[in-house]
Design a protein around this ligand. Structure first.
Ligand code: NAI
Length: 313
């Protein structure tokens, strides 16, 4: 199977470097018309010194290879920015097929050192940034009965890291947005999936490994930290070849796998459980080996539990 983007218009936010740059280049190489959005700011999102050169350089690279791309420098964190980014796609190419929400910033450290300002800044760029571009694209995708949304979450949000309370909260929000828009979009042909990448980039190169807890496995992953390891996943998820929805995929160390939320079969009874009952059954409640379900949506967890408990619809 050859994945083609001929005739399709794709927005990639934060595409002036790192991971996003590789998505924009690969999609343009496959015939897509790309809006390369990037504010070109500091990796912590602090304002000032924004540089258009980040997006411009990627557009130049795409055009030099014979591809079609246009730069956009709007801030994904604002509603007006989201609208302007999608409007750029409409103005230049007349449609919008895919949004790859990749723009992001980082603030990290001990919980006591992080501020509500840090949290709000990260919520604005990660959750707000994904929301803003998706919402601006939504009516166009709905009208054409087709759309692909690819969001960027993180192991910090999905799995946790002691130094990433603010970033993880924001990336966890992106996960929730992904799973909900997947269900809202499905009846209209709009599919929404998310990725958990791991790559060398401007953002990660500036981070202090010691502050992140000096993961002993990190060195073994170095050979696989080229952003190019994640490119194929995004080019697949954003394409019309992808029919999967509501998925989250982790790329780490050259391994690509679906990440999922499962609920243990646990323990059930026909009376409210007091704390002593909970304690007495704690092992069963936590026993993944005894079985677990992977709900496809919130109604599906009702089905799973009803079936486990022999209850009818
Ligand atoms: P990066 O720093 O190279 O790329 C992020 C880009 O987003 C930058 O070029 C930046 O100028 C742009 N940007 C930031 N705020 C923006 C805004 N408000 N509006 C428009 N553009 C903005 O970093 P990287 O690693 O390529 O990050 C891409 C995405 O992947 C981010 O969402 C990041 O949180 C996520 N991620 C990266 C991981 C990694 O290991 N590199 C791990 C997990 C998630």
């Amino acid at each position: 199977m050859t994945i083609s983007y001929e005739g399709q218009v794709v927005v990639v936010t934060g595409a002036g470097g790192g991971l996003g740059r590789t998505y924009a280049i690969d999609i343009a190489r496959r015939g897509g018309m790309v809006v390369v959005n990037d504010l070109g700011g500091a990796t912590d999102g602090s304002e000032g010194n924004e540089q258009k050169s980040y997006a411009d350089a990627v557009v130049d690279e795409i055009r030099a290879a014979g591809g079609i791309a246009v730069a956009n420098y709007d801030n994904v964190a604002g509603e007006a920015g989201g609208k302007a980014i999608i409007q750029s796609a409409l103005d230049h190419y007349g449609r919008i097929d895919c949004v790859i929400a990749n723009a992001g910033t980082m603030r990290y450290g001990p919980f006591e050192d992080l501020t509500l300002g840090d949290l709000n800044a990260l919520l604005a760029v990660h959750v707000g940034g994904s929301w803003n571009v998706a919402q601006a694209a939504w009516p166009h995708m709905k009208a054409q009965g087709y759309g692909r949304l690819v969001f960027t979450t993180s192991s910090g949000g999905m799995l946790g890291n002691a130094a990433l309370a603010a970033y993880g909260a924001a990336k966890g929000g992106v996960m929730g947005l992904t799973l909900n828009l997947a269900l809202a979009g499905a009846p209209h042909g709009i599919l929404c999936n998310a990725i958990m990448p791991n790559a060398m980039s401007r953002m990660t190169m500036e981070m202090d490994a010691a502050k992140m807890g000096n993961n002993p496995w990190s060195r073994s992953m170095w050979p696989y930290f080229d952003p190019g390891y994640t490119t194929g996943l995004v080019s697949y998820l954003a394409s019309n070849a992808c029919t999967t929805n509501h998925g989250i995929y982790s790329m780490l160390g050259g391994r690509l796998g679906r990440t999922f939320i499962g609920v243990c079969d646990g323990y059930a009874q026909d009376a409210p459980m007091d704390a002593e009952t909970v304690a007495a059954h704690w092992d069963a409640i936590n026993d993944t080996a005894a079985g677990f379900g992977v709900p496809a949506n919130n109604a599906d967890e009702f089905r799973i539990v009803a079936e486990l408990r022999g209850l009818s619809a």
